[in-house]
Design a protein around this ligand. Structure first.
Ligand code: GDP
Length: 625
């Protein structure tokens, strides 16, 4: 063994004694190394979308300062954490005289496209995810309620069922997850966006009514999605129930019951009385066993947004369905074009939990913005990376929408319709909850005016943002803001882009206006025009009088007797009339931007510090032609 010793570096031996000489040697060594011409790494710049200067330094094994300097030479002032787009990175590689390569397998800004292949030995069984479909009034909601209420865990958990868009039940010690939004629209829309959420479709057909138009539609959707289908023949308790006729009709549509030699399980039930519901759950589990739904729980979680909203107390919240991996509190994730860190996680019983397994649906908070139903999420290790990717995705969406065409306003549509031209009307809905967004979309699409095609290009939750304006511009759409605001900077932006933002808080008024515009009969005479904005900085509660909001006018002017919207987290929580406007102790006629004032609102006292007031006056509208 001692023969090996001389192979050790010389200084190690000297080091033992720790003499000064040795230290000098070390120093000299270091110095010498430094004096040698620096051998630059020639590693290629393997580019991944969303990469920052720091990331580039890492993959090219070069000091970040050199990267920043080279970018500067190209006329680009970037900091370490700023993401560098592909074209710039290509130029940078040229500047550094290294090869540029694109790594598409790691294009995390497009993470939906990255196929994650798990080792089969890592896969474990996961519960099936079920969607209930069927014709209106055939009992979908009743069935979902009956199954939900059958849960014994309810009292044990001490929880109150939360409407989070999905819930789980346990049967024979195994879980089943139900998507709690019956209806085809949500299902199809999610599928159209590539979100594969559902494993099994339960088709509810009322035994007293048989196959109806939406039954056919549901079958088409289920077939197109390749999901196994189970038929629940409902309302068998009714005296006029005729399950055989329903079966016959379904057979004619290609659904042959197992007992007639086919492959489709049929279960007779009464959703109202609970009859046959256990058998239905058993059948679901049987199908799941055959299909062997599996996922790897030991990886970064990925899945889809089922529902989302801007919660007054918690900010943007979303119900996520985990498809694979395990989602934990504090996980950093990119969701659609936004990102966040899981702050709180609740299950469908409102219970705070710390992690969610594949097929679990949980409501989380901690996101920067409200994502859209159907958006995919993926957990990232690094907060900075997640933010950069989300920003790159938002930018991509913005750029895609910048190939703007001419934008149509409601007034223009009215003029064109009046002139007998046949335009099409594109709408983009922004609403306070995903429920109202869906409802509005449904109602708007039902408006039928001959010769005009109406399409809702997007409906989502949250205040109107600049990205929305750009998207609307790109698709020549009018933005409908329902119970949400567009702050003045966004409004100004919309104006420069020629995008029409229409605000409503009453659905029938919206439907009326749109229909009138489509018929060329729109005659807007009066409209509420925003005249100013203020921020609540202090709140005084005065008994007998009510709440006085010490406010600072940030924009425009507030006038005595004008209308006011109280905005909290981007949502209009109250609309009413100003009852008092004071400067110091005196009544004021108006208060301009840059001044403080005291404000009271008629019959409304729930004002909090941080609320925004948006003031409007009713004015006659002249058509700007
Ligand atoms: P959905 O539109 O498909 O969600 O249908 P609902 O669940 O709202 O049910 C429509 C109506 O049918 C309601 O009045 C229910 O009480 C009733 N209903 C649902 N299931 C049953 C059932 O099994 N038996 C009877 N008799 N009525 C039912």
């Amino acid at each position: 063994m001692s023969n090996n010793k001389p192979n050790k570096p010389q200084y190690n031996n000297n080091n033992k004694f720790g003499n000064k000489n040795n230290q000098n040697n070390k120093f000299n060594n270091f110095k010498n190394n430094n004096q040698k011409p620096v051998v630059q790494s020639k590693l290629p710049l393997v580019y991944v979308e969303g990469m920052t200067a720091l990331d580039i330094a890492e993959v090219t094994k070069r000091p970040v300062n050199e990267i920043i300097k080279s970018l500067m030479m190209l006329g680009i002032m970037a900091n370490q954490t700023q993401s560098i787009d592909r074209d710039t990175a290509e130029l940078l590689a040229g500047e550094l005289k290294i090869e540029f390569k694109l790594d598409e397998t790691k294009d995390y800004t497009n993470f939906e496209k990255i196929e994650i292949v798990d080792d089969p030995k890592d896969l474990e069984y996961r519960p099936p995810v079920v969607t209930i479909m069927g014709h209106v009034d055939h009992g979908k909601t009743t069935l979902l309620d009956t199954i939900r209420n059958s849960r014994v865990v309810l009292s044990e958990a001490g929880g109150i069922t939360q409407a989070i868009g999905a819930y789980s039940v346990e049967r024979n010690g195994k879980k089943i997850t139900f998507i709690d939004t019956p209806g085809h629209a949500a299902f199809t829309e999610m599928r159209a966006r590539g979100a594969k959420i559902t494993d099994i479709v339960v088709l509810v057909v009322a035994a007293d009514d048989g196959v109806m138009p939406q039954t056919r539609e549901a079958i088409d959707h289920a077939k197109a999605s390749n999901c196994p289908l189970i038929v629940a023949i409902n309302k068998i308790d009714k005296h006029n129930a005729n399950p055989d006729r329903a079966k016959q009709e379904l057979t004619e549509l290609g659904l042959l019951p197992e007992e007639w030699g086919g492959t489709v399980p049929f279960v007779p039930i009464s959703a109202l009385r609970g009859t046959g519901v256990d058998l239905l759950l058993d059948t679901i589990q049987l199908v799941a066993e055959v299909e062997e739904y599996k996922a790897n729980p030991n990886r970064e979680a990925t899945g889809y947004v089922i529902e989302s909203k801007l919660d007054k107390a918690n900010g943007p919240t979303a119900t996520l369905l985990v498809k694979s991996g395990t989602l934990h509190v504090s996980d950093v994730l990119v969701v659609g074009n936004t990102w966040g860190k899981v702050r709180t996680m609740k299950n469908d019983l409102g219970k705070q939990i710390r992690s969610a397994l594949p097929s679990d649906a949980v409501s989380i908070s901690g996101l920067a913005e409200v994502p859209q139903a159907g958006d995919q999420f993926l957990v990232f290790k690094d907060e900075r990376q997640a933010r950069t990717i989300a920003e790159a995705r938002a930018l991509k969406a913005k750029n895609q929408s910048q190939n703007a065409s001419k934008v149509m306003s409601l007034d223009e549509l009215f003029n064109q319709a009046k002139a007998g031209d046949i335009p099409s009307l594109n709408l983009m809905i922004k609403a306070d909850t995903s429920g109202s967004a869906e409802a509005m979309k449904g109602s708007l699409e039902k408006i039928n005016v001959e010769g005009i095609k109406l399409s809702v290009i997007r409906s989502s939750v949250g205040p109107v943002t600049e990205t929305d304006v750009l998207l609307a511009q790109a698709s020549n759409a009018i933005i409908i803001a329902f119970n949400v605001v567009a702050l003045s900077n966004v409004k100004d932006f919309a104006k420069t882009k020629g995008v029409d933002i229409r605000s409503y808080n009453i659905i029938y008024k919206l439907l009326e206006d749109i229909e009138a515009a489509m018929k060329g009969m729109l005659s807007p005479v009066y409209e509420d025009r925003v005249c100013g904005q203020a921020e609540v900085r202090e709140v005084y509660k005065v008994s007998k009088l009510g709440t006085i909001a010490g406010s600072y006018v940030t924009d425009g002017v507030v006038k005595r007797g004008c209308m006011v919207d109280v905005i909290r987290d981007g949502i209009i929580i109250y609309s009413g009339k100003l009852s008092s406007l004071k400067r110091f102790k005196d009544d004021a006629k108006e208060v301009k931007a840059g001044f403080d004032c005291g404000i009271m609102i008629e019959k409304y006292n729930d004002i909090k510090v941080g609320d925004t007031f948006q003031f409007s006056v009713t004015e006659e509208v002249t058509n700007e032609e």
